[in-house]
Design a protein around this ligand. Structure first.
Ligand code: SAM
Length: 227
């Protein structure tokens, strides 16, 4: 007999709503409850796909309080899907805690393949894709310089998420540790109207983004250190 899935982790579009998969829609329709980082955002998305389903809020501020109850309900036979505001839950988004607790409780979790920002940014960069590291968001203050210094020695392609208002400052700090010539690629607003990928030596990329007000969502990809 097939094992029943208690929790489906369902990636949702990072911009273009056409990027949802057929199976994601099928699963969202079939589960008993959808756990959403923001019930309003996900409610609008579901409405777009004409899915009406009961939503329960699940985010970093309540995950510790609700996780035990959710596990009990899953053990009782209810099925859940977890979605975040955009992309794959658990990737710089809530998910890890619930998934770990489900597995510890012997429940089955299945993550559907689907949208996430780091993979298109990596592939767009033209840097080696065979080995890479994903650092999520860099620390804002404490530890940022130490981490950048360490990453400057990394020989795999490096991917980080960044907010638009910190992009220039981060590129300046990267220049300090990685040098002017290290190649970087900034992907902005992936899958959206103002999508842009700008790739070149750090110095040149920095000048490009210093010349305008940076808006939208950003992924920075850095070429690994070459001997
Ligand atoms: N779970 C998401 C994923 O799978 O990519 C990431 C969520 S994280 C809270 C949001 C960050 O992801 C943004 O600040 C940005 O760095 C990146 N991101 C999300 N959507 C993006 C897009 N359309 N274009 C570029 N970066 C994006």
């Amino acid at each position: 007999m097939e094992k029943k899935i208690a929790l489906y982790v369902v990636p949702t579009p990072i911009g273009n709503r056409g990027d949802i998969t057929l199976r994601a829609l099928e699963i969202l329709k079939s589960v008993d409850i959808i756990l959403a980082e923001d019930t309003r955002t996900s409610g609008q998305l579901l409405k777009h796909y004409e899915i009406s389903k009961s939503l329960q809020s699940f985010h970093i501020f309540n995950e510790h309080q609700v996780v035990e109850k959710l596990i009990t309900r899953m053990k009782g036979g209810e099925t859940f899907a977890l979605v975040s505001d955009a992309g794959t839950p658990g990737i710089s988004d809530p998910g890890f805690l619930l998934i770990r607790e489900c597995l510890t409780a012997g429940l089955t979790v299945e993550c559907l393949p689907g949208p996430t920002a780091l993979i298109p940014a990596l592939v767009n960069s033209g840097f080696p894709t065979d080995r890479f590291v994903f650092e999520g968001f860099l620390p804002h203050k404490k530890g940022k310089q130490t981490l950048l210094k360490k990453l400057a020695e990394e020989d795999r392609t490096i991917i980080v998420y960044e907010s638009p208002h910190r992009l220039v400052k981060t590129l300046e700090q990267m220049k300090e540790f990685f040098g002017n010539e290290r190649r970087v690629s900034v992907s902005r607003e992936l899958t959206k109207l103002h999508e842009e990928t700008f790739t070149g030596p750090l110095e040149q990329v920095l000048v490009h983004f210093q010349q305008k007000e940076v808006k939208g969502e950003i992924v920075i990809v850095i070429d690994g250190k070459r001997e």
